[in-house]
Design a protein around this ligand. Sequence first.
Ligand SMILES: N[C@@H](CCC(=O)N[C@@H](CS)C(=O)NCC(=O)O)C(=O)O
Length: 162
Amino acid sequence: MPILYSHPISQHYRRVLALREETGIPHETCHISLDTGEHMSSDYLLVNPNHQIPTFMDNDVTIHESNTILRYLCQKHGLTDWYPAELVARTAVDQWLDWTQCRLGPATFFVVFNTVFAGDRGDKSAIALGHDSSARKSAYRLRRRALPQQRTHHMAHCHRLF
Ligand SMILES: N[C@@H](CCC(=O)N[C@@H](CS)C(=O)NCC(=O)O)C(=O)O
């Protein structure tokens, strides 16, 4: 049975958990304690040289990037509803995965870590940066683009312009 190394506070782990819960694909979970520094142990560093959660092990395959795990699982289990085979549809999924990794994830970390976890010791400038980040603004724009009625509205606007 494949093993997913996990910790419940990890947003990157929860992506993989969400796919499992939605699709029922099987794997065991192995809790790694970020609180006690287990992710820095020499044993875990052999599993994940970046000392991060999650890591997925499927026999002799070891994957330590959450989005790569998602793609691997979808392709292994033929989950084309989640990760389409058709190029343009797949590219749309990849684009959101990359955006989540590069933009939304860091902004979320700044805010959540410095409020929920650090409490009064939280870095206020990091919180402000997270709130004010381009991720939040682009989330709004991308959401508008993703909605068909908004796209129609946008196209009508373009027709008026040209
Ligand atoms: N790019 C990685 C990021 C993983 C990541 O940042 N994991 C955090 C928890 S959400 C972690 O393990 N941090 C501990 C550390 O970096 O030492 C992925 O998508 O899997």
